[in-house]
Ligand binder design. Structure first.
Ligand SMILES: [Zn+2]
Length: 298
């Protein structure tokens, strides 16, 4: 919001008028629309038990298409390591073990909230790649295109820690975090438009947006991170990885990021101390999942 999308060309702005001269009906109309949008597009996520906003016009199938597009674009510049490379194989094996546990772990998490898991993973076509890049990063796009950057290998150091990161990324896709962000953005854009149409000036708009949560984008992203951490840890534990490796992993991640935080693990992420505390608190549950899904499977 650094620039006024409607510019200041021509008409001089009214100044020093407080909130006078604003077309309030425009704002009321927007408030009505926002309320309607929220009510008609909210749902309860079965896997987290949280109320979420996902535009009903964005289907998992649409998201998958966007994921495929993003993947194609990425391949214009990024180079996957040969599938026969031992590291590429290791990453694929870890992914297969995690993917095999999505069904039972989802059912178990949903049952905790008295709900039924949606199992959108059944619509995914999984494709796991290792990409040659210094970046300490990994991602899973909706639809199942997944990648680990070679830069993550020395930070992950072992397959347990790698499983924790990959479980985290898979969870972002399963919980439809992308669709949630698109829906929030749509509402924020409408709000900005309404503000401009009502005759608010830039500082008034900023004041209002701050109250009504334009600044929500960040804590919202943090919440998604916490959710991804939790379900990711359960997936790793259920797939017989050692969830306790999550703690030293995030410590290394903090060191690796130093001044320059890697993109997926950047400022929108919980600060490392909080994240580690959360993960510590989740450890008993993770060990339970390991007992329930790993030990019985062997
Ligand atoms: Zn994340």
């Amino acid at each position: 919001m650094a620039t006024d999308p409607y510019g200041n060309q021509g008409q001089p702005r009214r100044r020093g008028m407080g909130f006078g001269g604003i077309r309030w009906w425009v704002l009321l109309l927007f408030a009505g629309y926002a309320g309607y949008y929220w009510i008609s597009n909210r749902s309860t996520d079965a896997l987290t038990g949280e109320t979420v906003l996902i535009d009903k016009n964005i289907s998992p199938e649409d998201e998958k298409q966007l994921g495929l597009q993003a993947w194609d674009e990425l391949l214009q510049t990024e180079r996957p390591v040969s599938p026969n490379d031992p590291n590429a194989k290791a990453v694929r094996d870890i992914a297969s073990r995690l993917i095999a546990k999505i069904g039972p772990v989802s059912d178990s998490l949903a049952a905790e909230h008295g709900l039924t898991a949606p199992h959108i993973e059944k619509t995914f076509d999984w494709d796991v790649n290792l990409l040659e890049s210094e970046q300490v990063n990994a991602f899973c796009l909706p639809g199942g295109k997944m990648a680990v950057y070679t830069g993550l290998l020395p930070v992950a150091q072992n397959q347990d820690a790698m499983a924790v990161v990959m479980g985290h990324e898979i969870t972002h896709a399963l919980l439809r975090h992308g669709a949630q962000r698109m829906s929030e953005q749509k509402l924020a854009q409408m709000g900005q438009m309404a503000g401009a149409m009502s005759g608010m000036d830039q500082s008034q708009m900023q004041a209002v947006m701050a109250v009504y949560g334009y600044g929500r984008a960040l804590p919202y992203a943090r919440k998604q991170e916490t959710q991804a951490d939790e379900m990711g840890l359960m997936l790793a534990a259920a797939a017989c990885f050692n969830p306790k490796e999550a703690i030293p992993l995030w410590e290394r991640m903090g060191q690796a990021s130093g001044g320059e935080a890697p993109p997926e693990f950047s400022s929108t992420h919980p600060n490392p101390g909080t994240r580690i505390q959360n993960l510590q608190a989740l450890m008993p549950k993770a060990m339970e999942y390991r007992k329930k899904f790993c030990e019985t499977a062997q």
